[in-house]
Design a protein around this ligand. Structure first.
Ligand SMILES: Cc1cc2nc3c(=O)[nH]c(=O)nc-3n(C[C@H](O)[C@H](O)[C@H](O)COP(=O)(O)OP(=O)(O)OC[C@H]3O[C@@H](n4cnc5c(N)ncnc54)[C@H](O)[C@@H]3O)c2cc1C
Length: 381
């Protein structure tokens, strides 16, 4: 067993830390949180800094690497900017990996180089108003008329839809009696006629809007089917292939967020004086910090271990779901502890702790809720 990051992995981590110090310092996210304004150039800056191509093959403009590298990037971005990590997860981890793993050669050549250069953005539309955890019950349909498909339906929570160039859309194309043979995924140009996109006001992260997307006779050709026409009705298999990437990276982003909360709580506790001494001198505060630090170690090793299993080609869906479950629940717990350590200041909009708590809730749903992770884990027992 070897528990150290390699020299290359340490260098990558430092590179992301340097990027964040330059482009998204601590108050950057606070101002996005207050304004709700989308930071148009941030994604391009990540590309220019060489972050987007990591883990993608050189033939598409990537610089190689594996899932552990993506985990390290997600961890550090999340420790600095909720918006940055959210954009990274949607574009690179979800859209990038689904196109790389399931796209046709022509689609990979067309989309990946531009995605990795920061020239194209994607969003992903699976969830619907009446179909969340039960993704197989989606109703958005794509019906063949002549040689084009007409897409009709409504998607909900599509993150980044207002700012993306393409919406990767999961539809029903086959008989719904057998959901494993009924879904197809289309790469839909966001400028298509018949699309209307409306942001949903959220608890946090409004600078990267999550949207209701309505499709009214949106017309796309067969070449827009992810993987090409031969993948018609095989979308569910494509979804399964990418769930691991999404969940492990949500776990990694929770780890990064928790590390920041612990760092800020420790600094605050050393500084804040009550009863004539810094509150860190009180054992209750020390124990809360010690619990947080211990929880973070567990988050780190569950996440890194699952990523290591994935990059070693081992079956690891159970371990990934465990890491996602544990890290998202623990981040939320750590954020609540942070609110307690900050006392009334935790409740003040002038401090970041309230934002960390608001942000922490997303990980409980993104990539599937905690209950759904438990359902999956239980199947392996
Ligand atoms: C900010 C935000 C951004 C998002 N971005 C995207 C996106 O970009 N693209 C996208 O497609 N989706 C996105 N989602 C949707 C997200 O994936 C769903 O919220 C999630 O899958 C849960 O679905 P739901 O919200 O409809 O909850 P529901 O499925 O209605 O669940 C409600 C409750 O019931 C529980 N439950 C449901 N079924 C079971 C079961 N079988 N066993 C036990 N408990 C169960 C759930 O765990 C939950 O506690 C986003 C969500 C949010 C909040």
């Amino acid at each position: 067993m070897f528990f150290e990051l390699s020299a290359e992995q340490q260098a990558l981590r430092q590179k992301v830390i340097d990027f964040c110090a330059r482009e998204c310092p601590p108050d950057f996210e606070t101002s996005l949180d207050q304004s709700g304004a989308f930071p148009g150039d941030l994604y391009r800056k990540m590309a220019d800094y060489g972050l987007l191509g990591i883990s993608f093959p050189a033939e598409y403009g990537g610089t190689g690497g594996d899932i552990m590298d993506i985990v390290l990037i997600a961890e550090q971005l999340a420790g600095n900017s909720f918006t940055a990590v959210y954009m990274y997860l949607v574009n690179v981890v979800f859209a990038g990996s689904i196109i790389l793993n399931c796209g046709s050669d022509a689609q990979k050549k067309e989309y990946l180089p531009k995605l990795l250069k920061g020239e194209l953005q994607f969003s992903f539309a699976l969830t619907e108003p009446e179909a969340g955890s039960d993704a197989r019950s989606i109703k958005t349909s794509a019906k063949l008329q002549g040689d084009r498909f007409l897409i009709n339906g409504t998607k909900y929570w599509t993150s980044g839809a207002t700012v993306s160039d393409y919406i990767i859309t999961v539809t029903i194309t086959g008989p719904q009696t057998d959901s494993s043979k009924a879904m197809s995924i289309f790469i839909v140009p966001a400028g298509s006629q018949g699309l209307s996109i409306t942001p949903i006001p959220k608890l946090a992260g409004n600078a990267y809007p999550s949207c209701e997307v309505k499709y009214r006779d949106v017309s796309v050709g067969r070449e827009h089917i992810l993987g090409g026409p031969e993948w018609l009705n095989n979308g569910l298999l494509q979804l399964f292939r990418t769930a691991e990437y999404e969940r492990i990276c949500v776990a990694a982003s929770c780890l990064g967020g928790a590390e920041t909360i612990l760092r800020e709580c420790t600094a605050f506790a050393k500084n804040r004086q009550q009863f004539g001494k810094p509150i860190i001198k009180f054992q209750a505060i020390q124990h809360a910090l010690a619990d947080m630090a211990t929880q973070i170690e567990a988050m780190r090793w569950m996440t890194y271990h699952a990523a290591w299993m994935k990059s070693a080609g081992k079956d690891c869906f159970k371990e990934i779901c465990m890491a996602k479950l544990f890290c998202s629940e623990t981040l939320n717990d750590i954020a609540r502890k942070g609110m307690q350590i900050f006392g009334g200041r935790g409740y003040s909009m002038e401090y970041r702790m309230q934002r960390y708590l608001r942000e922490s809730y997303l990980s409980l749903y993104a990539g599937g809720t905690s209950e759904i992770q438990k359902n999956v884990i239980a199947r392996f027992l």
